[in-house]
Design a protein around this ligand. Structure first.
Ligand code: PNS
Length: 161
């Protein structure tokens, strides 16, 4: 079985992430979305909430599973026999750090990284910008799934903790 992993913080998952996950799911037999349990980064959503949102948004794909991870991504990959990390590249500004991580992951454990070019519709999109725009009342409804938009506006209004 050909397996790949799509790692990230997914705080929250955006249409840009989903574009990459769906294209990975078309290329591989099984795609694991690995949600980072952030230690230092302050997340708006808990890891369980972030996993729920990814699960809801990827339910239509029969070959996507969602898990959380801590520690090194390559250790997660090794434990599950996953040889490939899939990442989206939005712009040249992503490239330096992504290249560094890809080379480090290959040197640590021989895990390969496959870069997919982000759909230009989403090249400006990041979870951080979505949260900032939404916090100031901007319309992010075409940038994230509806279920995520509902949770985000409730969280920003302080209705769910
Ligand atoms: O969505 P993000 O926050 O940009 O995702 C970054 C992520 C999770 C892919 C990266 O931080 C990561 O792989 N973290 C796990 C720790 C690790 O393996 N660090 C060494 C990377 S070479």
């Amino acid at each position: 079985m050909r397996k790949a992993v799509c790692p990230g913080s997914f705080d929250p998952v955006t249409n840009g992430h989903l574009d990459i996950i769906s294209r990975a799911a078309a290329l591989y037999d099984e795609v694991t979305v690995a949600v980072l349990v952030n230690r230092s980064k302050e997340a708006l959503f808990s890891v369980d909430e972030r996993m729920d949102m990814v699960r809801e948004a990827t339910a239509e794909y029969g070959n996507v599973v969602v898990e959380s991870f801590t520690g090194l991504l390559v250790d997660f990959c090794k434990a599950r026999g996953i040889p490939v990390i899939i990442k989206g590249l939005r712009a040249v500004s992503d490239f330096d750090y992504e290249l560094q991580m890809a080379q480090m992951n290959h040197s640590l454990a021989g895990v390969e990284t496959l870069f997919l070019s982000t759909n230009p519709l989403y090249s400006f999109l990041s979870s951080s910008l979505v949260k900032e725009v939404a916090a100031y009342g901007g319309d992010v409804s075409n940038l994230i799934p509806q279920s995520v938009a509902r949770r985000l506006s409730r969280r920003l209004r302080g209705e769910i903790r």
